[in-house]
Write a protein that binds this ligand. Structure first.
Ligand code: SF4
Length: 748
């Protein structure tokens, strides 16, 4: 008898666009995946990665049982054996050397997973190590730091209101391939087209003519790592030509005069030789930006992964404020997420702001930002003997061997660890060093709610996806695995009762909410709230709590029309909460209650930028940048056949003039060397890249023995992070410098 087809709806967990998917299933098989036309946010948009969710679910290489290293080999064991091994290996290290002897690395999928997002925090609170390293410090922490210092929380990131925008200036961003980053904007291509059709204009500044640059109205090449100079020159022109118009922001903004003084040395003429953008072009950009009725400046990965990452990220919003485009329709605005939004808690318009450097890394003394240390410091923390040396690593959904600087050094460091534990669905290039691997479920066996990306979304919506397939009964969900870790680390042992631990987490969260003077449930009886949340448990219980106590919530009966998870479950395509609304001054959580346009920490770094203008500071050699492809997301998804086909993507793009000078031809091979390593790569000659710049995508290098990625290994590519220098950081945020790496190139 044929199995009946069913239709399910699921938010795609692969990238920040969070598209709604319509998935038809037959029994335990996926029949089709397409965009959900009725989704309130993505309206049917989908990219090739979304379809690949079916192959991820069925991938024979995806781990389904825990692995433990025995006699040098990773062998499948029962879950009880695996947790007993975690306790046997981890507890003595904590007991003998303290919590800091255990480092945690959190990879990018943590923010795409409800279980990991919530219960990973429970694990960190129990472990209390200062050695927390994340993927954020290789791509986005400068933007979060700049936003935190200006607006008061690390997630107060103002995003372009593209649906009402007339002029969009983007630096170092390629949303046609990334589908948006720190800006959740499903169907960016359609939204860009709509903007252009209503007469809007888009300008892209990038060392590469990306697909986004092709679709834009104007593209400008820029020397990698010099975005802060161009942005400073825009600010200079805005002041010099009397184009500053704060409008209603004026009464809510401090530091305008300090910014004017800081920008003064950076005239277009002063920065042009460094940036490769002509002075008159910079002046023209400033005038266009000031004249546009509704404009937004957006900077992304290219502006973050460079030595002036925080300065560039700050200057993006300085431009938005000075032109009166922050917090207004069609400019850049602050989303109001329904749950888990840090900038909707606390007293509106007042806060403590953000602090950094409460702890420092032991070896390099790099400050923590948002509780995280630079991933580029992890290897030295493992290698360097002494008090506080990292002896154990818990890597959660990460692949730092491929995705962080100087992967070769980090891999050598992994081999010296006393124990390494990976929570991962693949035996990848990092997990191959592990002693214990604990796999999660297929995304289709898990429920989903975007706890992070609603905070960066170009429209306020709320969506929840129940599991597409019934979770298996013989394997724990990630949140249960993390609670077992929590039990071990809190001394309750591998056999700790997960239900009791979960009750403890939920009770703690409820007690916090009822004690919060600004919470709609302040003063309520915690037992009443817990009873109202029953019989839910796990992530759903905590999601229901935060939804109901959130800005749109039902307040547990106080606002009967408000949101609850039960209400959301009746809306499989989500609920539209409307376009972004002005939130200043309510959104601000700075100590002054104002937009702090000139944070002292950032202003103090401007002199470093100014020194770069001096003639002796010029560096004219070849530099390396990364690049994004629509079919790839960091180091994973290369094992999915539907995404792995087509032209080879791990090539070194090079301008024809450079190729001719170096004696290289399209399809030839070259050796690329940096201070820390070298790789041999195929050459792709293209005029789409600026002379003097070469580009290599990251996340490749799947030819490592011991990894279990059969499809990816057939076209392994090379690891671009073998060239990235772990000593090169943006000093304020600790973000790795992955764009503008000095390299030497020779033909092979
Ligand atoms: S754009 Fe992102 S969220 Fe949308 S289908 Fe593709 S990978 Fe999934």
């Amino acid at each position: 008898m044929a199995t009946a087809r069913e239709t399910k709806y699921r938010i795609c967990p692969f990238c920040e666009a969070t598209c709604g998917l319509e998935i038809t299933i037959e029994g335990r098989e996926v029949a089709t995946i397409r965009g959900d036309d009725a989704d309130v946010f993505s309206h049917g948009f989908i990219c090739p990665k979304g379809v690949a969710l079916a192959q991820l679910d069925q991938d024979p290489d995806r781990l389904r049982a825990p692995l433990v290293r025995r006699d040098g080999r990773l062998v499948a064991v029962s879950w009880d054996e695996a947790f007993a091994e975690v306790e046997r290996r981890l507890q003595p290290i904590v007991a003998a050397h303290g919590a800091d002897a255990v480092a945690v690395y959190l990879g990018n999928p943590n923010v795409h997973n409800l279980s990991l997002g919530i219960y990973g925090q429970a694990l960190l609170r129990t472990l209390r190590t200062k050695n927390i390293f994340t993927a954020s410090t290789v791509d986005q922490i400068p933007k979060q730091l700049a936003s935190g210092l200006m607006f008061g929380t690390f997630t107060s990131v103002a995003v372009p209101d593209i649906d009402r925008c007339d002029y969009l200036l983007m630096l170092g961003a390629n949303p046609l391939d990334s589908n948006g980053s720190l800006w959740t904007v499903p169907d960016f291509p359609g939204r860009l087209r709509a903007m252009q059709q209503r007469g809007g204009r888009c300008v892209v500044v990038d060392p590469r003519r990306t697909r986004t640059a092709e679709a834009a109205d104007q593209h400008l090449f820029i020397r990698p790592g010099t975005d802060a100079y161009v942005l400073m020159a825009l600010v200079h022109v805005l002041f010099a030509e009397n184009l500053v118009r704060l409008g209603t922001l004026a009464e809510h903004t401090l530091g305008v005069a300090e910014v004017e003084a800081a920008a003064w040395p950076f005239s277009p003429e002063a920065v042009a030789p460094l940036c490769g953008v002509a002075a008159d072009v910079i002046r023209g950009l400033a005038r266009e930006l000031a004249a546009a009725p509704r404009a937004a400046v957006y900077g992304r990965i290219g502006t973050c992964t460079q030595e002036f990452g925080t300065l560039a990220s700050w200057l993006v919003d300085v431009c938005n404020v000075l032109t009166g485009n922050l917090d207004r329709a069609g400019g850049v605005m602050f989303p109001l997420a329904a749950a888990f939004a840090a900038n909707s808690y606390g007293t509106p318009g007042v806060g403590r702001g953000v602090r950094i450097g409460r702890r420092h890394s032991r070896v390099r003394h790099a400050p923590e930002v948002q509780g995280e240390l630079p991933a580029a410091c992890l290897a030295e923390e493992i290698e360097t003997p002494g008090d506080g040396q990292v002896r154990a690593l818990i890597s959660i959904a990460g692949n730092p061997a491929l995705s962080t600087p100087n992967g070769a050094r980090l891999a050598r460091a992994f081999e010296t660890l006393e124990v390494m534990i990976c929570l991962d669905i693949y035996l990848n290039e990092t997990a191959r060093y592990a002693d214990i691997i604990l796999p999660g479920l297929s995304p289709l066996e898990e429920s989903h709610y975007d706890i992070v990306f609603n905070q960066f979304a170009c429209r306020n919506t709320v969506r929840y996806s129940p599991p597409v397939f019934m979770p298996p009964t013989d394997r724990p969900a990630e949140w249960e695995t993390l609670l077992r870790f929590t039990g071990i680390l809190s001394g309750q042992g591998a056999g700790a009762d997960v239900t009791m631990l979960d009750d403890f987490v939920a009770t703690t969260q409820v007690q916090r909410a009822v004690a919060d003077a600004q919470s709609p449930i302040c003063g309520r009886d915690p037992d009443e709230i817990l009873a109202a949340l029953a019989p839910r448990r796990g992530p759903e219980r905590l999601l229901d709590l935060t939804l109901r106590a959130g800005p749109y919530g039902d307040g547990f009966g106080a606002k009967p029309d408000g949101l609850s998870l039960a209400k959301l479950e009746t809306q499989p395509h989500g609920i539209d909460l409307g376009p972004l609304q002005p939130r200043v001054p309510e959104v601000l959580r700075t100590p002054s209650g104002k937009i702090e346009l000139a944070p002292p920490l950032i202003l103090a770094d401007v002199d470093r930028l100014r020194r770069g203008l001096e003639p002796h500071a010029r560096r004219d050699g070849m530099v390396l940048i990364g690049r994004r492809h629509l079919r790839s997301n960091n180091s994973w998804m290369h094992n999915l056949p539907v995404l792995a086909g087509g032209r080879a993507r791990c090539t070194l793009q090079m301008h024809p003039d450079d190729a001719a000078r170096l004696g290289l031809a399209d399809g030839g091979r070259a050796r690329v060397a940096s201070r820390v390593g070298s790789v041999d790569v195929p050459i792709e000659v293209t005029a789409a890249i600026m002379p003097g710049v070469v580009s290599l995508p990251h996340g490749w290098g799947h030819d490592q023995p011991g990894a279990r990625l059969g499809v990816a290994a057939q076209r392994p590519g090379v690891n671009s992070n073998l060239l990235a220098d772990e000593l090169a950081l943006d000093p304020l945020s600790g973000n790795a410098v992955l764009n503008g790496i000095p390299v030497q190139i020779e033909a092979l």
